[in-house]
Design a protein around this ligand. Structure first.
Ligand code: ARG
Ligand code: GLU
Length: 709
């Protein structure tokens, strides 16, 4: 009976793998996917997408800033990305007089484009498989420690030799968890200027409420320009824009920089993530967000002060709830277990495969032992670091190292810097929220973590304050200098090296030191040890899977986990059934924005200007053939964080829109992909152009684009 059950599960698992939607493919190896992509409807070649011999689409895709994707859409380096990717820059350029976040920003001439010092874009110029060179001198007898050392030496040498001959930034990246290595040549652009952004009630329409959710109506785009040598950059390639829109079943592909996935984890690890770690994180964040909400609802100023903090905490919170539910509903653990049964069976066929069985078995022990450290880290980051006052007091740490020999200029500069940090902190700080968060988080932290394995401060609450967390929090917030802006500034103004003690004795600083100190001495070293073990086991298990899957499931092709390198994913446009009796269509329109409109709810405000255009149906050539203005659409592309802003392209490689999110039901796709519910969400390029052209009247940008009617 068990066997039969497993066979059914295995076939269930791999029926999914036959679907082509899964996978984030290495562009340099895309010829392996070309036939399938063309069978699905693609009219171009893999060489059109990635080539090092002539210009290709890869010359128009960049890693934007630290964690998003952008694409070039004109021969003058005009760059599109998401509003939430440009957000920090829009905010940085905003002042009370020019609030670009609220009002939007449009550079009506090139001179008005705003420099963004520190913002970089990275473009892949070439990638070469160097696996043999990196793994040179490694044999079956090499120990894990020796292996790590040899790999590092080989990589360092390769990078050094290549960098000496190249103008591009040279790195080596690991794929398949250390089973394949590529040498990467990237061009770095460091003069990026801000060109345009819609107001937040368009670029962030639906806000955190709609985040991760379909149906969606967010105009999530912003516009930048790459400059080189002070002039607009002339790219080797820029995307042509399609005004034709999409229909159900259309082929699409997404080209961008997915950050991290873990598709090849053993069941025991997925179980730890989805059933042990995420539920705790979600629970802690729910408590924090409840507190934020309570105060934010009451007061407009507080709503603004905590908007960005709320968004940061809320993004992962919501996603992980989706992961937990997805893993449960789609039997993620059972599918992994069924696969492991099949893997064991395959290993049994040859004696030399015993290393793989051993690795797979070893996971159980290592993850079981690791759990204690994993949870300690989780409580530290989620509960301990949630207390703003503790975090803030940590910035004064450098002052504790100052003594009478410290040069005056150095000290003055440090004080100035701290004053600026303090001003930024207090601007968005509301103490009643932080006190309530502190009480709630410290209780949770203390109750969940064993007495003999937690920061000393938690034991002190039990001893000195008889377990009364409220009394302890009152004590800290009343006594700490850093709880008061006035006292902090006074302290900084009159600071003398002899006063360093005031910091080390400050109760907020003491709490911070206790929490971080416990982590650094008791948690981190062990965690690092376990992580190294896990990484080695994962590499071996991955190697086994790379041999087993092509043999046992020849229809399935393997792809490496996302690692912040450029990838191609492809899938078809279409709606889906997230649950019983519910069906989602594949596109949304401006009508939906008007349906969601609520002038009293910040996330759903619609401007008069958008109303006017809607009432007049003044969509110009950007209307769909059904006469409406399409806003967003979903398709079966395998994307993750980092793919924000990525171009989504049609069968001819023309730009259809910008990827910006996934549907909540399918967020488990970072761990296990199910094509029936894993969908990416894109903003329709016609809505983007409509906003630039009709809404903002910034027609000079439209004029420099190449548009296919
Ligand atoms: N969920 C998207 C991502 O992971 C969008 C996040 C920004 N938007 C927001 N409403 N918080 O990055
Ligand atoms: N919003 C995400 C990003 O910033 C993309 C959503 C996802 O995780 O797929 O990259």
């Amino acid at each position: 009976m068990k066997k039969l059950f497993l066979t059914i599960l295995t076939s269930l698992l791999f029926s999914g793998m036959l679907r082509a939607d899964e996978g984030m493919w290495i562009p340099a190896l895309l010829h392996k996917n070309e036939a399938e992509m063309q069978a699905m409807g693609m009219k171009i070649t893999a060489d059109d997408i990635y080539s090092i011999n002539h210009s290709s689409m890869k010359d128009a895709v960049v890693l934007f800033g630290g964690g998003c994707t952008g694409e070039i859409v004109s021969d003058q380096g005009l760059l599109l990305t998401n509003h939430h990717c440009g957000f920090d820059w829009i905010q940085k350029h905003s002042t009370v007089e020019h609030d670009y976040l609220t009002e939007g920003f449009w550079a009506m001439t090139m001179d008005e484009e705003l420099p963004c010092p520190g913002l970089k874009a990275k473009m892949l110029r070439n990638m070469v498989d160097v696996t043999e060179k990196v793994l040179f001198n490694i044999t079956d007898e090499t120990t894990d420690e020796e292996r790590a050392k040899i790999v590092k030496e080989n990589i360092d040498k390769l990078v050094k030799d290549q960098q000496a001959m190249s103008d591009y930034k040279v790195t080596v990246e690991s794929f398949y968890l250390g089973n394949q290595y590529f040498l990467m040549f990237n061009e770095i652009f460091d003069d990026i200027r801000m060109v345009g952004a819609p107001p937040s009630n368009i670029g962030k329409f639906g806000g955190d409420t709609d985040n991760w959710v379909w149906p969606r109506h967010t105009g999530d785009f912003s516009i930048f320009r790459i400059y080189k040598d002070g002039k607009p950059y002339k790219p080797d390639y820029h995307f042509t824009i399609s005004l034709k829109g999409v229909e159900e079943g259309d082929f699409t592909f997404v080209f961008g920089y997915p950050a991290r996935t873990n598709e090849y984890l053993p069941a025991v690890a997925v179980n730890q993530e989805a059933n042990v770690v995420y539920p705790v994180v979600v629970d802690l964040r729910t408590q924090i967000l409840d507190i934020y909400n309570k105060y934010q609802e009451k007061d407009a100023k507080i709503r603004l002060q905590y908007a960005s903090k709320h968004a940061d905490i809320g993004n992962g919170w919501k996603k992980w709830m989706g992961v937990i539910e997805g893993i449960h509903n789609f039997k993620g653990i059972e599918k992994k277990q069924a696969f492991e049964e099949a893997f064991y069976a395959w290993c049994q066929k040859q004696r030399n495969r015993v290393i793989y069985t051993r690795a797979l078995r070893e996971f159980d022990n290592v993850y079981a032992e690791f759990e204690k450290y994993r949870m300690a880290t989780t409580y530290l980051t989620e509960a301990g670091f949630a207390i703003e006052l503790f975090n803030f007091s940590s910035v004064f740490d450098p002052l504790t190292e100052v003594d009478k020999d410290t040069p005056k200029e150095e000290l003055d500069a440090l004080i100035e810097e701290l004053k600026a940090t303090a001003a930024g902190f207090y601007k968005d700080y509301y103490m009643p929220i932080d006190k309530e968060v502190a009480v709630t988080m410290l209780k949770a932290y203390r109750d969940a973590q064993p007495k003999d394995f937690r920061p000393e401060i938690l034991n002190e609450i039990d001893k000195k304050f008889k377990g009364n967390v409220e009394a302890y929090v009152d004590y800290v917030f009343n006594r700490s200098i850093f709880a008061s802006e006035e006292k902090t500034n006074k302290f900084l103004d009159g600071f003398k090296p002899s006063q360093a003690k005031k910091i080390t004795k400050d109760p907020a600083f003491v709490a911070y030191k206790s929490i971080i100190g416990f982590y650094l001495t008791e948690v981190y070293p062990k965690s690092a040890e376990y992580n190294a073990k896990i990484n080695n086991l994962r590499r071996v298990y991955m190697e086994g899977q790379m041999k087993m899957i092509p043999e046992v499931y020849p229809e399935k092709r393997l792809y490496p986990d996302a690692n912040f390198t450029l990838r191609v994913t492809y899938g078809k446009v279409g709606g889906f059934k997230p649950k019983d009796a519910v069906t989602y269509g594949y596109f949304t329109t401006l009508d939906g924005i008007m349906q969601k409109e609520n002038p009293n709810i910040y996330d759903y405000v619609v401007t008069d200007r958008l109303h006017e255009l809607y009432d007049a149906k003044d969509y110009g050539r950007y209307a769909d053939k059904d006469g409406t203005m399409h806003v967003a659409f979903i398709a079966g592309n395998h994307t993750t964080g980092g793919n924000s802003g990525s171009p989504i392209l049609n069968a001819e490689g023309k730009l259809l829109g910008l990827n910006f999110d996934r549907t909540w039901e399918g967020t488990m796709s970072d761990l296990i992909y199910d094509p029936s519910i894993c969908k990416n969400i894109s903003v329709d390029i016609r809505y983007v152009l409509f906003l630039i052209d009709k809404y903002a009247g910034c027609t000079r940008l439209i004029d420099e684009m190449t548009i296919d009617e």
